[in-house]
Design a protein around this ligand. Sequence first.
Ligand code: B12
Length: 490
Amino acid sequence: MILLVNPRATTWHYRIPLSVLSIGASIEGKFPYEILDGNIDPSLHASVLQRIGRGDIRYLGITVMPGPQLREAILLSRRVRQSYPKITIIWGGYFPSLHAAVTLQSGYVDYVVRDQGDLSFQRLITALEQGGALDDIPGISSIGDGTPRDNRAQGIVDPNSLSPLPYHRVDVRRYVGRTYLGTRTVNYHSSVGCPFVCGFCAVAAEYKARWIGLPAQRVADDLRWFKTNFNVNAVEFHDNNFFTSERRTAEFSERMKGMGIRWWGEARPDTMLNYDDRTWASMRDAGLAMVFFGAESSSTEVLRLMEKGGTQTGDTVLALVEKMRRYDIIPELSFVLGAPTPTIDADVENDIRFIRKVKRLNPDAEIVLYVYSPVHFEDSDLYKAAVQYSFSYPKTLEDWLRPPWSQHDLRKDPSAPWISKSLRTRIRNFEKVLNSAFPTISDLKLTPGQRTVLKSLGRWRYRLGLYRGPMEIMTAQRLFRYRQPEVEGF
Ligand code: B12
């Protein structure tokens, strides 16, 4: 009856498709459904058409985040609409949640489930099956009379109120793989949302400063189950902000000691700098290996424009990377360069100088460079500033198949009229030299010899601050198929 699809999003380490598995959990035992994952099925489109061809599928649910997965979802939906026009196509996930109207106007998406779909999807199917009213189902967008229409928003859904994930619906063994963290790494989502409203973040645009986590015991018990059944020795927490609650983190760390599992998660610098030293020691002893932080910018002005909130400043990040060196836990810092300000060139130069300072304080710190790529967060000061610099989104879904929109959300070369070509080149060249001088620890396929080559090409340039025209570095990185963790994860 229902086919849930995760279009291809990665060619590297596969992760359990938690988005569609969560929707599966919400209809388990209520409606018959199957899951197909483009990450492990290279001929997904053929598999979907073949499955629909058997005649008992009425609904196709597709999870869509921006980037290459969006392309896959557009091509697949178009094909299904052409071959099986009676199939109801429903999109969910970050892209349609923030771009519902343009998605529905495509003509090959009938409904959008915005934000968390755990309650709204099953209510939509029930109403469509039993002819109920659709207007009062929160979180649904539709285009019945040709005009896109958003029902009222779906407030945050407490993950503690939801059914456990039906892992039997996927072959977990296919998703447990080797990463920098361990030889048998699994992914897990232990909380929803984030308590902050940073203007460049799609999560903030959806959850509006709400965060709810599963209790530490539940998370530890679930990981013990993965260890017992799949011999897992590492976990990637896909939470947007795993470390929001120190109390939960401290209890979780106590419960993880002796489990032999290394872990990674995402956090805010100010939140974790304020953690007690005993919590730090406990996290280290519990296997915490690396933490991803939103450092964003060294400028207090830019952090204010980003509505980063909290107490975060550049000094917060410097103190944090020093502290983490003492606990032998690696900080992975992401920066968002190129925010729309009159001082943009100086801001970028300051950030480059700041990143060099970070590397002096902690050479093991991993650096991720993003270029500000507006997400559809209309209430944010940052988005308003982008609009003042004449930023606007494309008018049709098909436009997202073509540059600059096809790579807009990869956050490297976005459609951002205020960022000059020379500044983009400056950022990209600095990134190339930085990654060569300090190749990421997470690219497992790099041999010691290749690392030595990259370092010898990068270190002298980095020392002299010579970033212009790094052709030799680009050639070596292409030759070694250098892998940046921010593109497809570990
Ligand atoms: C795992 C992951 C990946 C994996 C791929 C996952 C996959 N689908 O195969 C990898 C590492 C490959 C990846 C890559 C990228 N990602 Co990513 N990714 C995530 C991450 C960390 C977890 C997703 C997840 O499983 N969440 C858990 C589930 C339960 O939550 P959920 O997805 O939100 O699903 C709920 C709702 O959205 C909704 N829903 C979702 N899908 C569907 C489908 C239907 C039919 C329905 C009804 C409802 C529904 O209901 C679900 C249950 O409540 C999210 C952040 C996050 N925590 O969500 C970022 C995130 C989605 N990624 C993001 C981005 C930008 C990317 C990249 C473009 C980054 C880059 N620089 O290249 C790349 C693109 C890769 C590509 N090739 O397309 C952004 C999207 C932001 C935006 N602008 O919209 C996010 C939000 C991270 C962030 N904080 O900004 N990603």
